[in-house]
Structure formats: structure tokens, C-alpha cells
Write a protein that binds this ligand. Structure first.
Ligand code: SF4
Length: 318
């Protein structure tokens, strides 16, 4: 059976269930790389350009892990997921970057998804099927089945980073962890922040917990329409929890080298300050020492708890 490799990085964290079910449905074996570790990151840094953001560097390491084990690599060019919205240029150009950075790669299936040009998933999957010598009928039957797999996406993502039997705890503080899915749900990149927060008696919430309809509605408070899909989700989810006082604090996990994050962190921090919600930005880079992050987390959580008993004082986080 021929093997399709799906690197565990970037939009893997948004589409893996549908991709896996689709390829298995048309008769291929799907192999994904291991969870990110130091070796994968180091190899990614070695092969990618210096200017790339951390998630882009890391996905190079995942591709290097897979390249000799599979017949094809699946790295789609996801230009746009919604009409009049776009993905980050580094997501769009990922397949090209990888092609130019790594040698001896198997064939890359880099089909284009572009909802602005009516090249939605149906068309894209049909094209993949044609390349792989599969009939259109088989491909649309498999796609229909695979689509249902997306219902379990969030549970599947959380199962990787939350302890077994984790449940919401009523008297604990609530915190929104913001950022891109490939940072929030990769516990190597984020240095196990989720586990650390849970150990400190915090209920952790993610932007993905908030429905797309709500996020869309609350992203409309910016002066200019947010045309980055991932930014719209981050800004919409944070506006919703801030404006409705749903959480006691917000931590934004941003990536070193991410131009979009540098804008979104400012937008969220300003809105949080306006509504009196503590906010902290943690920028993640290639360093793997955890002491710095632990100190900042502890200080932030202390401050969050301290505010309860000092509500009438001038807040220290502004
Ligand atoms: S949005 Fe930021 S982190 Fe994500 S690929 Fe683009 S530059 Fe990198």
C-alpha cells in the first residue's frame, strides 16, 4: 500500500482528521511524523531560512522526519478558507519553501485551496485523486465520509495536551490561552504551558472552544475588517471573552518571527486593558530552557489571584 506523509505541524492541527480519513478512504496508508521534540526542531532550524517563524522552522523538521518513509508528502497550498479572507503567506508558500530547502523529497501533493477562486476542498480533493489515479466517484465518497471526522477535531486536539479525565473545575480561575492552533496544541513548542496552568489550579480555555459564529461576530469591533482568517478567530474569541468578562486572565502564546502575532498581541492587550482583564504575551522561540517561562507564568498567576483581594486598588498590569 502506498504511503502518504502528513507532517505534524501548521494546519495539521486544523485538518488532520479529514486528511487522514480521506486518504485512507481512497486506499492509501497515512503516516504522520512524531510529536515535536528537540531533534525535530533542531533539524527544522538547520534546513529552514533564518527569517522563518518558529512553526515554519519546526515543520521543516517534521518533513525531514517523514521524507524517507513515504511515497508522497501532503502539503496543500491553503490560500483562503473563507471568502474575502486569507491565510498567512507563509502557510500559502509552505510547499515551495520546503521544496527549496530540503533535498531528496518524495512527490509533494501541493494542491491549492482557494475559496476566493471557488477552489474549495471538493475541487482540491478531485485533483489529488486524479494525481493518485483514483476515480472521482471514489474520491467524493471518501471526502463525504471524511468530513464527519472534523466533528471530533477539538476533542482529538485536547486529548494530546490535557490530562486524562480533565474536567472544568468550578471554583478555579478561568484563563484564555490565545495563539495559533499549531502553538497551543503542540506541547513542545509551548513548553507544556497547558499542563503547567492546570497544575496551578487554572481552567484553561482555547479560542477553538468559542464557536466560529461568535468569533466572527466579535471580530467586527475593529475599525478595519480582519481579513486574516486565523487573526479573525483570535481577535473574535478574545473580544468575546473580554467584553463578556468570561475569564480572569488571558495569555497570548506568540511565535518569534510572526508578523501577524506582533499586531494581534497589541490589539488584544489594548482591549484587555480597557475591560480590566489581566493580559500577558509570552513569545516562544528556539530556546528550550523553561526557567524563564515558569517565572513569568507564576508571576502572572499570582497577580491574577492578588487582584481578587485588591479589586479597588489601582491595577498593576496596565
Ligand atoms: S501566522 Fe505567524 S506563526 Fe503562523 S505561519 Fe504565519 S508567520 Fe508563522
Amino acid at each position: 500500500m502506498k504511503k502518504i506523509g502528513i507532517p505534524r505541524g501548521m494546519l495539521y492541527y486544523e485538518y488532520f482528521p479529514i486528511w487522514k480519513d480521506f486518504f485512507e478512504g481512497i486506499g492509501f496508508e497515512v503516516i504522520s511524523s512524531n510529536r515535536t521534540n528537540k531533534e525535530i526542531m533542531d533539524r527544522g532550524i538547520l534546513y529552514s531560512v533564518d527569517e522563518a517563524c518558529l512553526p515554519v522552522k519546526i515543520i521543516h523538521g517534521h518533513v525531514d522526519f517523514l521524507k524517507d518513509k513515504v511515497d508522497f508528502l501532503f502539503i496543500p497550498k491553503i490560500m483562503s478558507i473563507y471568502k474575502r479572507e486569507y491565510c498567512c503567506p507563509k502557510i500559502i508558500g509552505l510547499a515551495e519553501m520546503i521544496r527549496n530547502s530540503l533535498d531528496d523529497l518524495p512527490e509533494i501533493l501541493d494542491v491549492v485551496y482557494d475559496f476566493n477562486k471557488r477552489r474549495g476542498p471538493e475541487k482540491a480533493y478531485k485533483e489529488i485523486a486524479k494525481t493518485l489515479g483514483v476515480t472521482e466517484r471514489q474520491s467524493s465518497r471518501s471526502l463525504k465520509k471524511a468530513d464527519k471526522g472534523m466533528d471530533r477535531l477539538l476533542d482529538w486536539l485536547k486529548s494530546d495536551i490535557l490530562p486524562d479525565n480533565y474536567a472544568y473545575r468550578k471554583d478555579f480561575k478561568d484563563l484564555l490561552l490565545l495563539g495559533h492552533s499549531y502553538i497551543l496544541f503542540d506541547d513542545f513548542i509551548n513548553m507544556k504551558v497547558v499542563e503547567k496552568l492546570i497544575d496551578k489550579d487554572i481552567n484553561v480555555h482555547f479560542p477553538e472552544d468559542i464557536s466560529d459564529d461568535i468569533a466572527r461576530k466579535y471580530s467586527n469591533f475593529t475599525k478595519k475588517r480582519m481579513f486574516w482568517t486565523h487573526g479573525r478567530r483570535i481577535i473574535g474569541a478574545s473580544n468575546y471573552v473580554i467584553m463578556n468578562h468570561k475569564v480572569d486572565g488571558i495569555i497570548y502564546l506568540s511565535s518569534f518571527g510572526c508578523g501577524l502575532d506582533s499586531v494581534f498581541t497589541h490589539m488584544v492587550s489594548r482591549q484587555a486593558a480597557k475591560y480590566g482583564i489581566p493580559f500577558m504575551n509570552l513569545t516562544l522561540d528556539e530556546q528550550t530552557g523553561e526557567a524563564g517561562i515558569n517565572t513569568r507564568l507564576e508571576a502572572f498567576l499570582d497577580m491574577m489571584k492578588w487582584r481578587d483581594s485588591h479589586k479597588d486598588h489601582i491595577s498593576s498590569f496596565r
